[in-house]
Design a protein around this ligand. Sequence first.
Ligand code: PYC
Length: 443
Amino acid sequence: MATPSSIVAGARRKLGAGPPRYSAAGLVRKGLSGDSWPRVWRDVELKSSYDVVIIGGGVHGLATAYYLATNHGITDVAVLDKAYLGSGGSGRNTAIVRSNYLTPEGVAFYDRSLTLYNTMATDLNLNVMFSERGHMTLAHTDGALRTMNWRAEVNKLQGIDSSVIDPTEVGKLAPSLDVSGDSRYPILGALYHPPGGTIRHDAVVWGYARGADHRGVEMHQKTEVLDILCEGGSGPDGKGPGGRVTGVRTSRGDISAPIVVNCTAGWASLISDMAGVKLPIHTRPLQAAVTEPVKVFLPTVVVSGSLHVYVSQTDRGELVFGASVDPFNNYNVGGSLEFTEELAGHVLELMPGISKMRLLRQWAGLCDMTPDYSPVMGDTDVDGFYVDVGWGTYGFKAGPVSGEAMAEAIATRAMPKIIAPFHISRFATGELVGEKGAAAVGH
Ligand code: PYC
């Protein structure tokens, strides 16, 4: 069987030619020709062994596969998903990107992601509809204003465009907000972060999947991982600390692999348990909703931690709302009436003028919460078993940097500096990276 180092040394496969590029006229001609479009990624036979198996076909898993192939020439990679690509958190988030975090570690990390999102349309040759529309986090209390100032200073020290603005400036940026000061939760100011915005989440999934496919990576949907195969560990079946991973058992048969990467959300702790690796994670749903489309009137992303709500308007005109995670562990991805009622009350407090708009639909995503609101990334006590998990409510915005850094960690067998603070060992040493103050909403 290949070893991790032989993979890195030996894997230098010729990269694919890349997806077809059309001129504007060529695109129209193709559309009118009646010819079928090429598949975005291949549908190939599942093999019985790979150099790397990635569990989870969301942005994190696909980005890891893409950067393994693109940056390190490691292409004998299978991405497995028990449903379809993007069916988990990647397709269930509110598509917000930003880097105005509270800790220096968080700011550097999310800023790299934003940089990669900025050039993604060109890098992946796909219009991912990145909209750098600015991001505003409202403060309704002196305490919140203090945290905004703190974040602004941490941000500025790392060269991030982020500052505290007063209610008049808030009103100029988003005239639909009630900045009169007469509301129950008056707006006292906001942290304004011009580089933040939104990006089309499913396009990001398709872009990474297509890019990885063109470089030889295989995507296997409807392939559920039932167990992780290990040997030499201190626990039952050779699992746990001191052991090493040898492959995975799936709903379509066993696969041997010296490297297995857990890139799941919602199921992160269950999958890690299969290798005997315990994670300090609890899983909670986060509900979201979207309205009917109306003329575009909200130019920035608006967040209120005190009112547990954030809102942005899509290019089609719908308002997309998100809230806090539900206050209990659950795997339900449906919506609840309690959420809708609370959301409506809070949104109307901020924007009384939209009371006639109708909600079209609601959904939930599963959030794997860690004690310090930062992810768990890198290698583990089981050789060859890697984790990129614990993504709480911030996983989508971290997809590109996570993929890039996880690919480097796997290829070099060393933790890249940018993710070193997020290693699982911090829960033993107590070196937590407390990001609660930078969450979009109260948790
Ligand atoms: O942290 O920006 C954020 C966020 C948006 C939606 C959920 N979390």
